[in-house]
Design a protein around this ligand. Structure first.
Ligand SMILES: Cc1ncc(COP(=O)(O)O)c(C=O)c1O
Length: 393
């Protein structure tokens, strides 16, 4: 027996939700995990009473003193960050971080913390080095923070060109280098060893390394490539990771992780009304997001994350193989779950919400598929069949 909704607002929302639910299986063009892990959380939440409260994480999860804003989830936020730290080679005791609003928010903190750290150490303003294939947020944020940017050319794989970095370096100023661990369109990974080799030619130059690992930062620690994001193997000072990409958060969110040394060399804003030092950019921050991450980490084992990561990478390799088999130009970078290819006809682009790009070196217009958890082989096969059929019509 179907129930007829009498609240018109609810009826409209139902209709809207049905469209989203139908569309999510075909969401191939953006790095969003459409397999939400949060059904159990919402069940708990609705019955918990917490849904009647306003909770706010205006405070530092690593500040031992008790915040004046007591209705917070800072303890859960800290647990989440402490759980993540070892994945990237941060040691307990020399780890600081927050749950952010997004990957962009994490990069904002990377640039802000990096610039303040370098200014404190050298009394000079840094130059930001970032490749033209890296996500635009770093450039936008450097603009916002009034930082000088040297935009470095990338190669056809989306990687910063070491020789171009060398040419652009201003060794008399500190360097704030943004490494891309998975560029947005091609999934290119900056060659940190080669780029560090360039930086090492100037031992007098103080360097801060921030990694934008929005998507790859989620799954790389669960793969055989894990050392590539381990700061004990490839040194870096901070990292930003999105939460709604690999980890399956159902709204924009992320993580920013750095060291206590970096955190302790920031502008010490002691905020008396919060009884807290506030090094982060935002005052009010979500208290719900840390709880949801905490839930996800309580209910997803390491083995499950490993399985999800391996499946995504295997499926991406399979997809690239299928493109090769049908003779459609396609590329897949190492460590990447993003297959990019000659752009299909518009109807296919529209159906699968395929993001566009253009590279004359690869013949012009391109699209990509980000093989996230919900992008199954069965759905990909339908896509491939439609692609093959489009050539005949
Ligand atoms: C490499 C990279 N960095 C940063 C971002 C921005 O992340 P967000 O959309 O979470 O702000 C994206 C978004 O796709 C990205 O691909």
């Amino acid at each position: 027996m179907s129930t007829v909704k009498i609240d018109p607002a609810e009826a409209r929302l139902d209709e809207f939700a049905a469209g989203i639910v139908t569309g999510r299986g075909y969401d191939f063009g953006y790095p969003l995990n459409q397999k939400s892990q949060l059904i159990g959380f919402y069940r708990w939440f609705a019955g918990s009473g917490l849904n009647l409260a306003m909770v706010n994480n205006a405070g530092d999860p690593f500040d031992g003193s008790e915040s004046h804003l007591k209705l917070n989830t800072l303890a859960f936020e800290r647990e989440v960050i402490e759980r993540m730290g070892p994945l990237y080679g941060f040691d307990e005791g020399n780890l600081w971080g927050i749950v952010t609003f997004s990957g962009t928010d994490g990069n904002n903190h990377g640039l802000y913390f990096g610039a303040k750290y370098l200014e404190k150490k050298t009394h000079r303003k840094p130059v930001v080095y970032v490749s033209d294939a890296a996500h635009y947020s770093s450039r936008r944020l450097a603009d916002l923070q009034n930082l000088d940017v040297a935009l470095i050319d990338s190669d056809v794989h989306g990687r910063m060109i070491p020789e171009a970095l060398e040419k652009a370096l201003q060794p008399d100023r500190p360097a704030l280098v943004i490494y891309a661990m998975g560029t947005t369109f091609k999934g290119g990974v900056d060659d940190m060893d080669a780029l560090n080799g360039v930086l090492a030619k100037h031992p007098e130059m103080t360097v801060y390394r921030h990694i934008d690992a929005a998507l790859f930062g989620g799954y790389i620690p669960y793969t055989t490539y894990r050392d590539c994001l381990n700061r004990k193997v490839h040194p870096f000072d901070s990292i930003a990771i999105s939460g709604h990409k690999f980890f399956g958060m159902d709204e924009p969110a992320g993580f920013f992780l750095t060291t206590m040394d970096v955190r302790n060399n920031q502008n010490p804003y002691e905020v008396s009304y919060l009884n807290c030092s506030m090094p982060m950019v935002n005052c009010s921050r979500s208290a719900m997001t840390p709880l949801k991450f905490w839930w996800i980490f309580q209910h997803t084992s390491k083995e499950e994350f490993i399985e999800q990561s391996e499946t995504m990478l295997e499926r991406a390799a399979w997809l690239k193989g299928e493109f090769d088999r049908i003779g459609w130009d396609a590329w897949l970078e190492p460590m990447s779950n993003t297959v990019y290819f000659r752009r299909p006809p518009q109807a296919i682009v529209k159906k699968y919400d395929l993001a566009p790009d253009h590279d004359d070196r690869l013949g012009g217009d391109l699209s990509h598929i980000v093989v996230m958890q919900h992008v199954t082989e069965k759905r990909l096969q339908v896509f491939l069949d439609e692609l093959t059929a489009s050539r005949k019509s």
